[in-house]
Design a protein around this ligand. Structure first.
Ligand SMILES: Nc1ncnc2c1ncn2[C@@H]1O[C@H](COP(=O)(O)OP(=O)(O)OP(=O)(O)O)[C@@H](O)[C@H]1O
Ligand SMILES: [Mg+2]
Length: 293
């Protein structure tokens, strides 16, 4: 293991509160999160990992923010099994900034009072209006003790300046290891498909669903064929997510295919369709599904 970040990690293990990790794709955010969490529990701290990267998920399936309690090293080997999930509904933030910020804030709030250190991994949207708005509101709601910004050049300068100016937050700039080899888009989508497959492993159970259990509510008279193959979040009735499901329309009857039907109280419509043969996803505009617009 490379110890470029060792002094920073040592410093952070002595703090309390939220550490927010930001950086473009393949800048070592998740590797740093693991190292920091290992060091924190090694120092006898209670820790939690909130994975707010909805595209390249580590905790729980893509399209969800996941929380994992980190009590001992074994938990770090089992990050894919989330202790809590919040459905966002897409692998891309665009158009879903609100959902993503709220999901992250909800899990950070749950973790904050339970542990000493909450490490938050974020998506690679770090620039443009969407990326900046996302980082702004995540910082606003998660109130980090420290933001760690991973950059190769000056690509994070606008975000770092913004967070310091508007929140007075401490931002630690961290170098990116030159040894990191970037993943290709093909490797990324293959990896994502594996994560979806782990969540939607056959044989899936089919549960008949009434049109009244959705959020947002389905418009009256909606042609149910439009919902076929739509990704949904199965909600537990306490604001949290049990897991993912996929809608199936068959002769006017709507079912959800899932491994998490037990205890489901409602369904949140995602903004993607998923192919259960290949686990490939395609974005969908909800407005189009609901109103044909
Ligand atoms: N110091 C390092 N030396 C060599 N390889 C590294 C180092 N840090 C990370 N890596 C590797 O580089 C890749 C990207 O690292 P990591 O997943 O931590 O980055 P990330 O910023 O979380 O990426 P993503 O945008 O995909 O979430 C991984 O395969 C990881 O194992
Ligand atoms: Mg990552």
């Amino acid at each position: 293991m490379d110890d470029t970040h060792a002094p920073l990690i040592e410093d952070l293990t002595r703090r309390r509160g939220v550490v927010l990790l930001v950086g473009a794709a393949d800048t070592g955010k998740t590797t740093f999160a693991r190292q920091l969490l290992a060091a924190a529990i090694g120092a006898g701290k209670r820790a939690a990992f909130v994975d707010a990267d909805i595209g390249e998920s580590t905790v729980g399936p893509p399209t969800c923010v996941g929380l994992k309690w980190i009590n001992d090293p074994a938990d770090l080997d089992d990050l894919s099994h989330a202790d809590r999930l919040q459905f966002v509904g897409s692998i891309k933030t665009s158009g879903l900034v609100l959902q993503q910020v709220v999901a992250t804030a909800a899990l950070v709030d749950q973790a904050r009072n339970e542990v000493d250190l909450v490490v938050v991994d974020t998506s690679d949207d770090v620039s443009g209006v969407t990326g900046q708005t996302l980082k702004y509101h995540k910082t606003e709601l998660t109130r980090p003790e420290v933001v760690v910004a991973f950059q190769r050049g000056e690509e994070l300068a606008p975000v770092i300046g913004m967070l310091r100016r508007f929140f007075g937050v401490e931002v630690e700039e961290a170098p990116v290891s030159p040894r990191i080899v970037s993943a290709t888009p093909h490797e990324r989508s293959a990896d994502r498909a594996k994560h979806f497959e782990a969540e939607l492993t056959p044989p899936l159970q089919a549960w008949r669903v009434r049109p009244t259990v959705f959020a947002p509510t389905l418009p009256a008279g909606l042609d149910p064929t439009r919902l076929d193959a739509m990704l949904v979040g199965l909600q537990n009735g306490e604001g949290g997510t049990l897991g993912l499901g996929v809608l199936q329309e068959d002769d006017g009857i709507l079912r959800v295919l899932t491994n998490h039907g037990e205890g489901m109280r409602g369904l949140r419509l995602g903004s993607m369709r998923i192919d259960l043969e290949t686990y490939a996803v395609e974005p969908v505009r909800l407005r189009e599904v609901m109103f044909g617009l």
